[in-house]
Design a protein around this ligand. Sequence first.
Ligand code: COA
Length: 161
Amino acid sequence: MLKAIYPGAFDPITKGHIFIAERAAQHFDEVVMAVLINPDKNPLFSMEERIEMISDALSHCPNVKVCGFDGLLVDFARKTDCSVIIRGLRALSDFEYEFQLAQMNRHLAPECETMFISTDAQYSYISSSAIKTAFQFGGGVKVKEFVPSLVYNRLQEKYSK
Ligand code: COA
């Protein structure tokens, strides 16, 4: 059984992330979406909220599982028997950071392979922060196409308070 882990903050999940997860799900027996518990990042959504939104957005992919994690990614990959780390690449600007992360993870866990999936062009310039900023300043409706409907509703609830 070939298992891959797709880690991230997913605060919140966007259609860019969903595109990567769906592609990964076609190539692996199981894909574990690993949601980073990172108190330093001060996330907008709690872990439970992020997990619920990811599970809803990927309910059509039965081989995708969602879990929270803290500590080192490679330790969680070992714990969940994942031999491949999936990361999405949007543009060349992602490469340097991703390359450094992949090298460090290889140093920590040589048995674990990082594989990159390029995002779809229509999602190449979106990020969770950009979506949140648009909502914060009243431009939520303009970015509706980039997030699943549950995420859109949850963002509206957060920013209408
Ligand atoms: N579509 C849309 N947005 C995307 C995207 C895609 N395909 N791919 C990345 N992004 C965006 C995210 O939305 C996020 O945007 P934001 O900064 O505006 O929130 C940004 O790119 C960063 O992506 P994310 O995947 O959340 O990465 P991260 O840098 O926050 O976390 C981990 C990456 C979780 C893999 C890494 O921090 C980690 O492994 N942490 C655990 C500790 C560890 O083991 N460190 C490595 C060894 S020291």
